[in-house]
Design a protein around this ligand. Structure first.
Ligand code: ATP
Ligand code: MG
Length: 362
């Protein structure tokens, strides 16, 4: 069987460097590898509305921001189908049937949903749509018969939920859906990139992001204000790497060729780390290096984004075409699902003739 990739992002803001190392960078590599028959990249506006129901304008405004970030990172509409979730109504229909295969207590156990409920102060009154979004995510993945889902660590529980739905569906109705594999980043720092404040996750909702489209001066200011090791006060003091955001970012972004270019006194990140741990290396020097690395990584992305920004109608056209293609694929799956569930009455000539026979004899 061929390989299909499906992944996406919520249009709740511009994309940030956490998205980049957690998923976007990998998507582009996989796109360029040529190893996939189909690649679907979804802007999850319907999912974003599950916790932004009172602010549809925010979602509407951010669709183009996410699309621009995709193109800026190198997702190529000739090779990857970029589409908008709400424009593929088949996804809602699939979710509706999958809901019968999941219990309330199973959804309540989902650790990502639990922490997101807390973060949004939803404890007292959770919107049903938000509570059930892992089911809609299962619909998104299975609609495209995706084999591979490259995402950050926070998505592990969603993939588990999807696999359970696939197994349950296939065991009740017969083999119909494909069980997807999660593709996590290969580097620990990229699994869940912390925010510049040192908090566990860089997230649009937490306001601790470096955005992909950020201007050079903003990047520098954010890097210079970054959380490091609070006990590393004087340069001579030994420093800690655990929880030190600047080093976590270097783990995520640094390449060997950046040393001769920006910090020729050192040959590798390991050497820099041991000096820091020993003492005698100041935070500012490391921050200046990280700033140079991030500037080098983000400059081509920012430039490409500015090019696409000149022709916004073209970007919407890419999304419209992508949504049409995505809908075709999802409709095929929905047809198979309905046939497996025996709710394809009008396509089933045998059903109609056998019912006719049954009533003839009455
Ligand atoms: P929101 O706060 O609206 O949920 P978010 O910043 O969490 O936004 P999502 O759109 O939910 O972003 O996530 C999109 C993708 O990016 C997912 O694959 C997710 O795993 C990945 N991702 C998001 N934040 C990070 C991060 N800090 N580190 C690694 N991957 C991340
Ligand atoms: Mg999220």
């Amino acid at each position: 069987m061929g390989k299909t990739m499906l992944t996406g992002d919520r249009p709740t803001g511009r994309l940030h460097v956490g998205h980049y190392v957690g998923s976007l960078r990998r998507r582009v590599e996989l796109q360029e590898s040529g190893g996939f028959d189909d690649i679907f990249i979804m802007i999850a506006d319907a999912q974003a509305l599950t916790d932004n129901a009172d602010n549809p304008e925010k979602v509407r405004q951010n669709i183009i921001e996410v699309a621009l970030d995709y193109l800026a990172c190198g997702l190529d509409p000739e090779k990857s189908t970029l589409f908008i979730q709400s424009q593929v109504p088949e996804l809602c229909e699939l979710s509706f049937y999958y809901m019968n295969l999941v219990t309330v207590s199973r959804l309540q156990r989902n650790p990502t949903v639990k922490s997101e409920i807390q973060m949004r102060n939803f404890e007292a009154s959770i919107p049903v749509g938000f509570f059930t979004y892992p089911i809609s995510q299962a619909a998104d993945i299975t609609a495209f018969q995706a084999t591979t889902v490259p995402v950050g660590e926070d998505q592990l529980p969603m993939l588990e939920q999807t696999k359970e739905i696939v197994r349950k569906f296939n065991s009740v109705y017969g083999d119909t859906l494909v069980e997807p594999e999660i593709l996590l980043p290969d580097n620990q720092a990229c699994m869940r990139l912390p925010g510049i404040d040192g908090k566990a996750k860089m997230s649009k909702s937490l306001n601790n992001c470096i955005y992909l489209s950020e201007e050079p001066e903003e990047i520098k200011q954010k890097v210079f204000s970054m959380f490091t090791d609070p006990t590393h006060i004087r340069i001579e003091d030994p420093g800690k790497l655990e929880g030190n955001t600047v080093f976590t970012y270097l783990d995520a972004f640094c390449r060997p060729e950046y040393f001769p270019e920006f910090l020729p006194d050192y040959t590798s990140l390991d050497e820099l780390k041991s000096h820091y741990k020993r003492g005698g290396l100041g935070d500012m020097k490391v921050k200046r290096f990280l700033n140079a690395v991030l500037q080098a990584e983000l400059e081509p992305i920012r430039k490409r984004r500015k090019e696409y920004q000149k022709d916004i109608p073209y970007v919407y056209e890419i999304l419209r075409k992508g949504s049409e293609k995505a809908e075709k694929r999802a409709a095929e799956t929905l047809q198979n699902v309905k046939a497996a569930m025996k709710i394809n009455y009008f396509d089933d000539a045998e059903l109609i003739s056998s019912q006719a026979e049954r009533f003839q004899n009455q």
